[in-house]
Design a protein around this ligand. Structure first.
Ligand code: SF4
Ligand code: SF4
Length: 437
């Protein structure tokens, strides 16, 4: 990956650039799926009929790579049952009927954190169920607790938000810059790093300015925070790509950022760490962008985890009875098409898009014409056409040498392919097949 390849899809961010973050209505019923993070699903610690407050622990992490789950509304547990899931179809969920009171299970008054230790911060983050909010939903406490022998010297904060349509991180940067800087200092203290780099693309100059000003307003800590303006291009927000752009270091094939002394956290994850450490708030809500050309009112919303997609789309002016739309959870490049609008927002949901036929690839898939555009577009330096060819011929055994596990599933190859071959889906399938072997 000595040179990274990027593409420049249209951004469509102007639909929500100027939309301030608004609190979405509380859901009448919140369905909190037990699988909304990387790793083992969480284990319920409530029973049907229990009465819970907002922020109450309802399911515990089960293993090192797992996460706690908290009630996102106050009310009564009505069921623990299979429920539509936005990524895997169906999964067991704790369903809570809201009493409309939103009574909190935590005090939410600010606490003195001046003498807080690294261990205490990591434990608060673990207890609060915080996961990476850029989409991967990897448990954050694991990132804050590198294995013995792995020395972290650089913390990178991912403010690229390179996926088209999404502006939720941008809005957080301009609306909550001081809180984000405080969150950065907390993470830097936990990891013991002296060097922090915040990467923000140059289509968000006011976010760069807001964070820069906040640096002077927040009490300085021992580390140095540098805010770096990046060119706008896709997929710069991939961890490995961001590290290469900012440090010119390469994460080895099959390796992790911590193998080269880096930890990467997304802007919204930083904000949720600030809220958990300073106010004791578990992760039960997040900011998402709701956008697309089928909505009367695209918005940036603070949404409770477990809220049905249908409620959010209706709030933004979509007639959900019409079928001339494609509904996507996430962005258009990496998002997942939704077929059941009862599926809920999960911790990793960065956006919901309602798109017309204009945004859907037209025409039939045809044979590969060996144009190599997918190779030229791949930020991981792979040969997507070769993996796709092997997969479409059911020869997963010969796909291995083309390093499918280095694929970050950015979708650039599918986007540029003139034969409309859905390469990223073929690569995802290849990974599943090879893992099973
Ligand atoms: S989806 Fe994977 S193979 Fe395709 S361009 Fe992105 S990293 Fe490369
Ligand atoms: S971009 Fe499509 S047509 Fe071109 S080489 Fe890749 S798979 Fe084949």
């Amino acid at each position: 990956m000595s040179t990274i390849h990027f593409i420049h899809p249209p951004g469509y961010k102007e639909l929500t650039w100027n939309k301030k973050i608004e609190q979405a209505a509380l859901p009448k019923r919140a369905a909190l799926t037990l699988s909304q993070h990387t790793g083992a699903p969480s284990e319920p610690v409530v029973n049907v009929g229990d009465v819970v407050k907002t922020g109450f622990l309802i399911a515990k992490s089960k293993g090192f790579i797992s996460s706690n789950l908290h009630a996102s509304v106050s009310g009564k547990v009505m069921a623990i049952e299979n429920h539509p899931h936005p990524v895997v179809g169906f999964f067991k969920a704790v369903v809570i009927e809201s009493d409309g009171q939103d009574e909190k299970a935590f005090s939410s008054s600010g606490r003195d954190i001046s003498g807080i230790s690294r261990e205490e911060i990591t434990e608060i983050v673990r207890e609060a169920g915080i996961v990476g909010l850029g989409g991967a939903a990897f448990p954050t406490s694991v990132k804050l607790n590198p294995p013995p022998g792995k020395k972290i010297d650089t913390l990178i904060i991912n403010g690229a938000e390179c996926e088209p349509f999404l502006t939720c991180d941008y809005r957080l940067m301009i609306e909550k810059p001081k809180e984000i800087i405080q969150g950065i200092y907390l993470i830097a203290k936990t990891l013991g790093v002296k060097e922090v780099i915040v990467g923000v693309e140059d289509n968000k100059l006011d976010a760069i300015e807001a964070l820069g000003s906040a640096l002077f307003m927040v009490k300085r800590e021992e580390c140095r925070v540098k805010i770096v303006k990046l060119k706008t291009r896709y997929p710069q927000g991939g961890e490995k790509q961001l590290i290469k752009v900012l440090l010119n270091h390469e994460v080895p094939s099959g390796g992790l950022p911590l193998d080269i002394g880096c930890v990467v956290n997304n802007i919204q994850t930083v904000f949720s760490i600030y809220e958990a450490v300073c106010f004791g708030k578990p992760l039960y809500e997040r900011v998402i962008t709701v956008s697309g050309d089928c909505l009367k009112e695209p918005r940036n919303l603070l949404v409770r985890v477990g809220t049905p997609i249908r409620d959010i789309l209706e709030f933004c002016g979509l007639d959900t009875k019409s079928d001339a739309h494609k509904i996507v959870m996430g962005g258009p490049m990496t998002g997942v098409t939704q077929y059941d609008l009862d599926a809920p927002v999960i911790k990793g949901t960065s956006g919901i898009l309602a798109l017309s036929m204009d945004f859907i690839a037209k025409g039939r898939e045809t044979d590969c014409i060996r144009c190599s555009r997918c190779i030229e577009a791949c930020p991981a330096g792979l040969m997507p056409c070769m993996i796709g060819l092997a997969a479409s011929n059911n020869r997963f055994d010969i796909a291995g040498p083309y390093d499918p596990f280095d694929c970050i599933e950015c979708g650039s190859c599918s986007y540029v392919c003139p034969s409309r071959i859905d390469l990223v889906q073929l690569i995802k399938l290849t990974k599943v097949k090879l893992k099973k072997k």
